[in-house]
Write a protein of this length. Structure first.
Length: 333
């Protein structure tokens, strides 16, 4: 496809997103239609885990670490690993939908309460990019490693090379190749990037974000998830935020950093998420064609979540309860 046509047809990747999200719909439980009472108006008692989408196994794994006195960093790594290892989830880790050349490429980042950050982009053949990101943070003088260098580093740290393209994802990709067509379709996803925020009993906050990125993306494309301030940001004095959805739009507005800075200025996590979505919507007349969702938490244990379209949800595990909450959203038309 010629570059001009590609750009016209994508308005960016509504394309990839659509193809991917269509394929992944149904691979995870739909958000429950809130029997659980949302707790946006009062703080949770710590410890607390909140994650994008309906991922009760991931939040449970993270909460288990916190309950046993583990650190928020260990908790977030363990939680993210659950979805990375879930071969049925086609947007994270093994089983992720590939780029248009058939390669599964993973992006992830992690932040600790001290403000340290580690990330990998365009990582192939390694199932747990969140753990490689942690190794980058803890074992190298760098913060961000890419591609074959990141893969070599992972192998040197003892991570096995594995084929991440499952039969189901290969089949979906081959079906997509028949037309290889990109058309904006209003969001229908119920799962995408996993972003997770954890606070231990002392109030120390960590975060992680892991994804296989847009399905059928151009080879080499990297989204918001591994980029500090976009897919994830933690300031242990204030709170944390993380994103899911069309990474290009999150990157252009540095969404997670924006949310943390808005909380610093006094907004609640919910107000800050709504304002960050408002920033995207106000700058993009095509907002009806793509989804972005944010979750946030502040030092007090208050949480927020908000998206452009219906369908996004957040899972919170706190006070002994692991609950999924459908998110409020901007586009009510
Ligand atoms: N938010 C995931 C991505 O755009 O890659």
């Amino acid at each position: 496809m010629k570059r001009r046509n590609f750009i016209q047809n994508t308005a960016l990747g509504s394309l990839g997103v659509v193809a991917g999200t269509k394929a992944i719909a149904g691979t995870h439980e739909q958000a429950k239609s809130s029997s659980a009472e949302s707790q946006l108006d009062k703080p949770y008692k710590l410890p607390l885990v909140i994650a994008t989408w309906n991922v009760p196994n991931a939040t449970e794994a993270a909460y288990e670490v916190l309950k046993n006195g583990g650190s928020s960093l260990d908790a977030v790594e363990q939680g993210c690993r659950v979805e990375e290892a879930n071969a049925e989830g086609q947007s994270v880790g093994i089983g992720g939908l590939p780029d248009r050349d058939g390669n599964v490429t993973l992006d992830a980042c992690i932040m600790n309460p001290q403000g340290d950050y580690g990330a990998v982009v365009y990582l192939q053949n390694i199932k747990h990019p969140i753990s490689v990101a942690r190794k980058v943070m803890e074992e190298t003088p760098h913060v961000l490693m890419a591609g074959s260098g990141a893969e070599k580093f992972a192998v040197s740290q003892g991570f096995p090379r594995e084929n991440l393209l499952t039969e189901a994802s290969e089949k979906a990709w081959k079906q997509w190749l028949v037309e290889a067509q990109y058309k904006p379709i209003i969001n229908i996803e119920n799962h995408d990037t996993i972003g997770m925020l954890t606070i231990d009993k002392n109030g120390d906050i960590a975060g992680g974000c892991t994804t296989s990125g847009l399905a059928y993306k151009m080879a080499g494309r990297v989204g918001d998830s591994p980029i500090i301030g976009s897919g994830l940001f933690i300031d242990n004095e204030i709170g944390g935020a993380t994103a899911t959805g069309l990474g290009e739009e999150v990157l252009k507005t540095v969404g997670s950093f924006l949310i943390v800075e808005l909380m610093r200025q006094g907004r609640s996590p919910q107000q800050a998420c709504e304002e960050a979505i408002g920033r995207i919507v106000s700058k993009n007349k095509n907002y009806k064609d793509f989804q972005v969702g944010y979750i946030a938490v502040n030092k007090k244990g208050e949480v927020g979540y908000y998206s452009i379209h219906e369908g996004f949800s957040a899972t919170c595990y706190a006070e002994g309860k692991n609950e999924n909450f459908p998110s409020d959203f901007f586009n009510k038309s």
